[in-house]
Design a protein around this ligand. Sequence first.
Ligand code: NAD
Length: 516
Amino acid sequence: MRAPTASPDLYASLSDDVVASGSETISVPTPSTGETLHELPRSSADDVHDAFARAKLAQLAWARAGFAERRRVLLRAHDLILERRDMLLDLIQLESGKTRGQAFEEIFEAVSVTRYNALAARKVLHGRPVRSGLPTVATSRVQFRPKGVVGVITPWNFALSLAAMDVVPALAAGCGVVQKADDQGALSILALRRAFIDAGVPAALWAVVAGPAAEVGEALTDVADYVCFTGSTATGRKIGEKAGRRLIGSSLELGGKNALLVLDDVDPATAAANTAHAAFSAMGQLCVSIERIYVHQKVAGPFQLALVERLRAAKLGSGLGFGADFGSLASAAQLARVQAHLDDAVAKGAVVLVGGKHRPDIGPWFFEPTVLTGVTPDMLVYAEETFGAIASLYLIGSDEEGVLAANSSEYGLNAAVFTASPGRARRVADALEAGSVNINEGYRGSFASVAAPMGGVKQSGLGRRNGEAGLLRFVEPVTISSVTGLLQLPRTAQEYEQKAPLLVLLAQALKVLRLR
Ligand code: NAD
């Protein structure tokens, strides 16, 4: 195994960028051994307030700098991320326990959203004239004003790419950011941020704080002008309630129990290979991972055989290179959750088709990719998000049965359908209740489509990141109207009586001319 490009000196230098005035630190372990990777400074509520005050000052200048300057800086950051990719890949792997391939997906996503937002911001957010309902009497323009300083809260699982998906459009729109990083993943975020600072983003404009949610997270949502939250549905609901009370906006990217339909016209080996990746990339610790597999009974036999064979042959490992197919679970808490879901299911009669074992021989939190059959509604794994290492396989007799089963979840984040027929794929995709549907892939088609909105329906969230919707979150549209003076609008009863017939004629003419 080659030596990492990341080193304790780098961890210490990155940690210095956390806004934290005290000397208290949090020990953050690395999943490959469970030993301490680095000491993360702990911020206080006062540090959060200071970070906001400084970000506000920086934001005023950043907003005035204009689209062209922001685009220049963000495109430079794009190039720096690519130049520094080996170091970033090492950090992601060391912090999360995921494989090089899955870490690479994070980097690729981060540069994609950076490029998209740098290039799209002006087109989406520039001020523009809109047609007045009173042509010749008044003219109107819409301006999009940055909301101010955004609070961004991210989880541990895809720390770098999820940070980019919220922070970069906020910066492109002219906002500042105070980000509460999860303890695990903070180094990757700080290294990503460094690329943006070196590219020309003012250091105070994107502040990172760390520490307990009850103090640091709460302080952040108390003062932010808008909140972007990515995490569990339970926490998202609390943050949405608080944002509602403060009458600020929020985007809530929450949990999922994502379903995959394998129809009866697939090649079973290809479908099984794609299913293995869709369910167990990042060891299933990805919001859009597949946890429910609905297979048509006509192909279930060969599909199951191919899936078992594929997962048995897969290599688990933690090296800093492209040497392993699957990595580690991220923490002791994740291992405990996966083990609890498995034990509960097996105790109630589920059968382990493949996997099912903790693998301390590889690393403390390694767990085999596990597929269960015979899962019933009384088991935790049936409807609750496991968020790691376990997928359940069910048989279906028709496309309709599969759609009904997939839609029976309270979640609606991502779904997938595998079929050789484009027509069937479209019909099933149209009927699935999810914020994204992937055809013949688990999640990467939609995840990589950074120009398209990403988010959940039902209990999987509110609001959208990515695409135009992802940028529009960060601005207040303001309408500025001016009367031309060519015609006096009515003010008195008599003037209304005189001009009402004219306004009726105007409404009729506008409809005939198809003018909105
Ligand atoms: P979590 O809700 O426990 O924590 C997420 C973040 O919120 C952490 O940084 C945490 O410290 C912070 N937090 C917790 N309570 C808070 C509070 N009251 N105020 C402010 N901040 C608070 O989630 P988790 O277990 O870390 O992450 C896993 C969950 O995230 C899964 O449910 C997964 O599906 C979801 N997720 C969703 C997406 C998406 O895009 N929809 C992406 C990744 C993960």
